[in-house]
Each structure stands twice: as structure tokens, then as C-alpha cells.
Write a protein that binds this ligand. Sequence first.
Ligand code: AMP
Length: 211
Amino acid sequence: MKIMLFGPQGAGKGTIGEMISEKYNIPLLSAGQMLRDAMKEGTEVGKIAEKYINEGNLVPPEVITDVIKERIIKDDCKDGFILDGFPRNLKQAELFGDKMDEIDYMIEFEAPMEVLMRRLTGRRTCRNCGAIYNIFPECAPHPKEEGKCDKCGGELYQREDDTEEAIKKRLNIYKEETEPILQKYNNRVVKIDAGDNPQAIFERVLKIIEK
Ligand code: AMP
């Protein structure tokens, strides 16, 4: 099963993506997390990506498309995968080529701007495994122990691009660059309300997948 999750930053693609991944035992491939891992490891891709990511801009389409294409041929993707944050513009969709036709479900998460802002400014990410948490009471999930990842014990940190200024820029890029993909594939994209809690959103996703 091959799934593409669309939606602005903070819509819950990462959180719900992890829930889908656990239920169906297929990997969640977060384009942003893969780039952050490359930065941490100091690879060539990481060195190229760093400047773009820290400024809240998209990395060049060829770079990210190659990263994704190389990742989905790995053995753990043989039964499918969930793509979160790829493609981000029409050029990337075009470079992905025939693989766009092989996607079983394209799901778009929709949430009001105030909800996105709150989720993003409160978001804390595990430095080690990339798991996502939130510090605000109304935004789940919360770590059991403050500042520490439930899954691996790693340190939770606020991403440099989760500041209000960088968030506004990224949301703008989403509108201008990513929304045209949704228009192009509008007969295949299913929209869901992603404004409430993770369990409710996850159930909406399951309805689509299990129909
Ligand atoms: P995210 O974790 O999805 O918020 O992505 C963080 C950052 O990684 C983005 O602001 C971009 O700089 C970069 N990035 C993630 N996915 C892509 C993509 N598909 N194309 C280009 N840049 C990306």
C-alpha cells in the first residue's frame, strides 16, 4: 500500500503517518526528517540541504527526488510506504514520474491556521529518532517525561524552523508551491478534516484506506 500525505506544516502528517506506519507495518518516509538526518550525518545531501532548511526554503527538487527514489527501492518498502512531505511542488511530482501513478491513496489534511500555528510553535521533536510531541495541553501527544522521548529516551528539542517567522514562510510556500499539485491531482486526492485530536484524524484516514 502506497500512501501520500499532503497538508500544511502542523496538519498532523507526521503524527498520523506514524500511526498508519505502526498499524500496517510500512515505513513512514518523512522528506523533512530524511533531510534532517542527512544534515546530522553530514552527508553531501545534508550539506546542500542545511541552508535551505534553516531558512525555511525548499531544497532543490532534483536533490529531494533522488533521496526519495533511492529510499523507496529499499527492502522495507516492498509492501508499500507512506510519503510525508513529498512531493512539495509540481517539478518534484514530474521528476517522480510514473511513480505518481502507483500511489494508492493521496490524502490531504486540512486544519485552520490557528490550530497549525499552535501545533507548530508547541512542537518538540526527538533529536535522536524524530518522533513528534507537543508541549501545549490541547495538542497531543505529550511525552511521559518532560523533554524526553517516550520511544528512545532521546532529547526533545524545538526545530530551528519552528519559529513563528519560519513557519509563516513555510506555510506560504505550501500555498504557492504545493497546492498546485493538489489541483492537478484533484480527482485522486481525498480531503480530510485534521483540526482535532490524532485519534479522530487517524480514524478518518482508516475509513479511506479500508473502504
Ligand atoms: P518538514 O519536516 O516537512 O516541515 O520539512 C522541513 C524542511 O525540509 C522544509 O522546510 C524544506 O526546507 C525541507 N523539505 C522537506 N521536504 C521537502 C521537499 N519535498 N522538497 C524540498 N524541500 C523539502
